[in-house]
Structure formats: C-alpha cells, structure tokens
Design a protein around this ligand. Structure first.
Ligand code: CU
Length: 692
C-alpha cells in the first residue's frame, strides 16, 4: 500500500508541471492563429512596451521613438492608419507627437491577448482601419458557477541588464457567480540603455499603472466598470525633439452585455480618458546652449467614446450590426521657462469626432466555402479653435500663417465608406485558400489638418522634418486585395499572404513653394538662430501603393522540438512621382528552434533584416544597412504556481540600428546627431511569474 501510494504521488509530482504549465501560462508558444487574427501575447517578452510583442506577428513591425513609445507598423502602414484599441476602446494620445501611442496604454503583464487582425480587418472591430487593426485584451476572470469566491492572483517580476530595468506587476482578481473584482498595479523603471558603442541618451523611463474593475451579473445581463490610472514620469524619446516629463491619465469604461441565448448577444459600452502631458527639450537631455531655444510643451487630451453591437447567430453564420462613436479634443501649448513672454498655441481645442454604423455577415455558403462581407459608413467632423504665438507677433510669415488659419473655415466634415469582402475555401481538411477585397477610408488626423506653424508635431513620424497641416485635406481611400493559404498539417503549418494596397489621397508631407509663408518662416528662423533646418513639408494628398508578402510557418521535428519562423516583405511607393514611402520596414525574417519537454522550454532565434535602400526622398530619409541578431530564452515551471524564465537578447552584442528606429536628436558623444538610433546591446533578462 505504502509503495503504491509513493508511486502514485511520484507520478503526480512528475505530471504536475506539465498539466499546470498549460493551465497557468501557455506562455512560450508563438503566434496563435484563428482565421481572422493572430495573438502574440504568448511571446516571452520583458519589454515595458506592448508594441514590442508585435515582432512575433507576420506583417507587423515597430517604429521605436523611445523605450515606451513604440508605434505599430503593419505591412508598411503605421500611426493613425492602424486602429489600436484597448478591450475595444479607442484612445487618442495626449502627445501631439505620439509619445504615448495608444498601444502604450496596454499593460503587457496583464494582457490576455494582443490580437492583430490579419490583413483586412472586419468592419465590426475598427472604425478606421486603412492599415489594419490591433486589439489589446486584458485578462479577466470569468464568473464562476457558485456563490463562493474564487481568487486568482498573479505576480510578475522581471529584470534586464542592458538598461538596468525592472518591472513588477500584481494582478489580483476574485469572482463568484454574480460578482467579480480586479485590483492591479504595475511599476516599471529603466535606466539609459547600453549599446555596443556606448549609451543611448536619454532612454530611461519610469511608469506606474493602477487598475480597478468590478463586474456584476444577473440573469442574462452583466455590467462591468473599469478604471485605470497611468502615471508616466521621466522617459526618453531620443528620436523626437523633446522628452517625456509626465503623462498622467485616467481611463474609464462602463460596459453592458445581454446574452439571452447562445444566438443573440447585445454589447454596449461608454468609455473616456483624460490625459495630461508635459515634455521638454531640457530636463532629460542636455539643454540647448541658447537659453532662447529651451522649450516646454504642455498638452492635454479628452477622449469620449461608445459602441453598441448586436450579434445574431443562425445555422449559416452570424450577423453583426452596430454603431460607434469617438470624440477626441486636444490642447497643446509651448513655452520657454527662460522667457515668460514666449508662447505658442500649438493646438487649441482641436477636435475630431467620428460616428459610424456597420453591418457585417459571416456566412457559410457550403461546408467548405465561407464568406465575410461588411459595410461601414463613418462621418467624421473636425474643428479647431483660433491660435496665436510670439512668432506670429514678431515675424510677418508667422503672422500670415496665423491669420490664414484663424480666418479659415476650420470645421470640416468627411463621410467615408468601408467595404469588406472575404472568402475562405477549404480545399482539404488541412488546406484552405483565402481571398479578400476591401475599401477602407481614413479622415485626416488633427495634426495633419491643424498644425498651423512649422513644427515637428506629426504623430510620431520622427523624420526630423518641420511640417504644416492643411485644413482642406481629403480622406485617404485604400483599396486592397489579398490572397493566401492556411495550411495546417499535424506537424507542419504555414500561413502565406500576398497583398496589394492602392491608396488614393495618401496623406504625407510634400515640399512647399519658396514663397510660402511656412518656408519663409523656417528660412528666417535659420538666419536669426544660425540654424540649418530644411524647408518645411506640408501634409498633402498624394497617390501611393504598397505590396508584399508575409508568412509564418512552423514544423515539428519531434514531439519536443519545433522549427518556426516569419518572412516579411513590403514595398511602398508613390504613384504620382518617382519616390518611395517613408519608414517602411526592410525585408526581414526570423528562424526559431524551440524545445519543450515537461517543465522546461528553450528557444534559439535568429532575426535578420536586409538593408533598406528604398527610402523616401521627400522625407529626406536615410538608407540603413542590414543586420542579424541571435536571441535565446528558457523557462522552467518549478511548480504549479511558479515559473522562472531567463533569456539573452542580442547574444553576440551586435551593433545595429533598426530602420524603424528613428534618428538621434540628442547631443550624445556616442551617437551622432541625426544618426539612426542604435538598438540595445546584449540584454540578459530574468522573469518570475507566481500565481496564487
Ligand atoms: Cu510629448
């Protein structure tokens, strides 16, 4: 009996880690697929920036303007062309230069899924998604089946060497059959990062985040209230002209769901965020020598949104219908602490409201043939208040710009139509073919319309160019077509896609005439300050196209060893002149060998980028050389509740500068001014994950 008991318990001990490894974490798997989206949350990343997770998704990349300022790029499109939502809610950044991109408000350690819609995004998931859609889904406990509360707590701590950074995250949730509660706190801190040639200045950061949630369910109804408080302190953005002094934000959401049957579901939510932001060019980076060149920018943003969706399932598919709205309002004021007379009203109550309605049908035509069709109509209204500034009181060209802006009809309305048609055909049980066709539109951003004085407030372009807006801009219209296949055998899977986007009225900066007041103003400033800034660009409607190919694949060598990888290629061009589009990720691929056996996993990865020579002359973009880096990591499931992970990124301390990394704007002995910013050198990291 004794012997048997021992045997039994030994078996239990041996079996435990594997069973719980699945239950706890599923952490190490790479991209998870369904036909519509890719989830990259399972990647082992200790980055403070959720955008970094995107590197595991085919077609995706990251434009990095600072350690917590990553802007998603998908198939060469980025910024406002990609809809990023947080549990379905939109957020317009407070930084006019997107120092706080929407995805930066997603708490990495608390994500349940980071869903990247592959290719053409359904009209039901995003209002404006010319370049795709990403939704960050926060982990949330389900209601249980009994009155007794079940508690689920998670504690995550990680450290990394390249910037002496740490992150702590605690997430405690409790639920019974009718109540659920969540309390979470997150703390991040990092120093300036090291690269093989020195230090990236400034690239330190500090951020705190606190979340509360409460849900109540009765019968077929449930309501949920969520609140988040974001407090970012000093954080470097060396690719931009200033650094973050603070971001302080309150995020609110109230949602309701009614599910009377398996077939019918009603969802509704209202949400808002109040964001305050300060940045300077003197508190974190070496201050300009001339006291007159010191600048502080104080900005605030109010966001308010709602959505309402009904979905109805029948034997052949699902209908989804809904309405949604989102309003953002921005103020931004520039001053100089050394001169109380100096001011620039950069944006005054610049508003953008979008109201949309959609209808979508997913339909099974035959056992093998499925279709999705969707139609969305959006109405976008934008407006801005009058502006002024010291330059306009002293320099005739600036005065002309101000007077033209204040005298113009700034209230603009756009009506946009999105159409989506997609088909899936299952050739065999293992092979499905896919085709998609869409028209997507996007109205201009407030920066593109209302930037009246030549500045770099461009939503994170980070090209070092001065820009002015154009109130009369038209909406972008993207028509795209894509084909692909989804191949999934027991040991082998592959998801290739080819795509083509033709974008009419693509918004980008173009040169202005020499006698334009904006050009005259920049030249006048150069003379007065002894500077050498290039002539400004004006946001304009041009013609563009993008095409390419992306794929993820995996091949199981044995039960425990798997090969996998990504291949990404995208090319972006102007159609109206002979030029390339700006800041397009160079062709790249990754190759990975992973091992998972019992409580252990291990992974070796090579990531290689080719040079990018197809650069934008208009944006005075620099080419970049290719590179390859090797990364390793390993996890160990010590018990059902404890997992340890260690890893090394950039094992060989390779010095390289990603094409999407932006140019250095900071006086730094180790990196030249306007040189492309290097990535971190060898970075050793460790992570502990404890569940209770
Ligand atoms: Cu800022």
């Amino acid at each position: 009996m004794n012997k048997l008991y021992l045997y039994g318990s030994l078996a239990a001990v041996l079996a435990t880690p594997r069973v719980f490894a699945q239950e706890i974490e599923e952490l190490l798997v790479t991209a998870q697929h369904d036909s519509r989206s890719i989830d990259v949350t399972q990647a082992l990343s200790v980055s403070p920036d959720a955008a970094q997770l995107l590197r595991d998704a085919p077609g995706a990349n990251i434009a990095t303007n600072g350690p917590i300022t990553g802007i998603p790029q998908y198939r060469g499109l980025f910024g406002p062309r990609i809809s990023v939502s947080l549990d379905g809610s939109l957020l317009a950044p407070a930084g006019p230069n997107w120092m706080d991109p929407p995805i930066s408000y997603a708490v990495t350690a608390q994500l349940e899924a980071l869903e990247i819609y592959r290719g053409i995004a359904p009209v039901s998931v995003a209002q404006e998604s010319v370049g795709g859609a990403i939704d960050a889904k926060t982990r949330r406990m389900d209601y249980t089946g009994s009155k007794d509360f079940v508690v689920d707590g998670r504690l995550v701590g990680n450290v990394q060497s390249a910037n002496a950074a740490y992150q702590l995250d605690a997430d405690v949730q409790a639920a019974n059959d009718s109540h659920r509660l969540k309390v979470a706190a997150m703390l991040q801190d990092g120093d300036d990062a090291e690269f093989p040639g020195g230090t990236i200045l400034p690239s330190s950061y500090e951020r705190e985040r606190y979340d509360l949630g409460y849900g109540f369910r009765w019968g077929d109804h449930s309501i949920q209230f969520d609140y988040g408080y974001n407090d970012t302190g000093n954080a470097g953005t060396p690719a931009l002209p200033m650094d973050i002094d603070y971001f302080e934000g309150d995020l609110y959401k109230l949602s309701y769901s009614y599910k009377p049957s398996q077939d019918l579901e009603l969802l509704g939510s209202v949400y808002s965020s109040e964001l305050n932001h300060g940045m300077t060019n003197y508190h974190l980076r070496p201050a300009p020598a001339a006291l007159s060149a010191w600048r502080q920018n104080i900005a605030d943003t109010s966001n308010l949104g709602f959505n309402l969706q009904a979905s109805l399932r029948d034997d052949f598919g699902t209908w989804r219908a809904g309405i949604d709205g989102f309003t953002e309002e921005h103020n931004s004021n520039i001053d100089n602490p050394n001169n109380s007379m100096f001011f620039v009203v950069n944006f005054n109550a610049a508003q953008r409201s979008i109201f949309g309605a959609y209808l979508e049908r997913e339909h099974k035509l035959t056992e093998a043939l499925g279709a999705e069709i969707g139609l969305r109509v959006n109405r976008i209204e934008s407006d801005a208040g009058e502006v002024n500034g010291t330059p306009a009181m002293m320099m005739p060209p600036a005065q002309a710009l101000r007077d033209a802006f204040n005298g113009a009809e700034r209230n603009q309305t756009d009506t946009n139509v999105d159409v989506v048609a997609k088909m899936n055909y299952a050739l065999t049980k293992q092979v499905a073919l896919y085709a998609g066709l869409a028209q997507k539109q996007r109205a201009p951003s407030y920066q593109e319309r209302y930037l009246w004085l030549p500045l770099e407030a461009t939503g994170g372009l980070a090209d070092g160019q001065l820009y002015v807006g154009d109130i009369a801009l038209d909406s972008e219209t993207a028509r795209n077509v894509e084909f692909g296949a989804d191949i999934a055998h027991s040991r082998f899977s592959m998801h290739p896609r080819v795509f083509y986007y033709r974008i009419d009225d693509y918004i980008q900066g173009t040169p202005l005439a020499a006698n334009d007041p904006a050009t005259m103003m920049v030249r006048m400033m150069n003379m007065a300050n002894g500077t050498n800034r290039a002539d400004p660009l004006q946001f304009n409607n041009v013609e563009a196209e993008l095409y390419g190919f992306d794929m993820d694949w995996s091949f199981a060598l044995s039960e425990k060893i798997e090969l996998s990888g990504l291949v990404n290629y995208v090319r972006g061009k102007r159609r109206d002149i002979d030029d390339n589009l700006y800041r397009i990720a160079p062709p790249n691929l990754s190759l990975r060998v992973s091992y998972s056996g019992g409580p252990w996993t291990a992974m070796v990865e090579t990531v290689a980028y080719s040079p990018q020579d197809d650069v934008s002359d208009t944006n005075r973009e620099q080419t970049s050389p290719g590179y390859a880096v090797v990364n390793l990591n390993s996890t160990w499931q010590l018990s059902s509740s404890l997992q340890l992970a260690v890893g090394v990124d950039n094992l060989f301390n390779t010095e390289y500068a990603p094409h999407l990394g932006g140019y250095n704007r900071v006086r730094n002995p180790d990196v030249g001014m306007l040189e492309r910013l290097p990535a971190m050198g060898t970075n050793v990291f460790g992570r502990m994950l404890y569940r209770f």
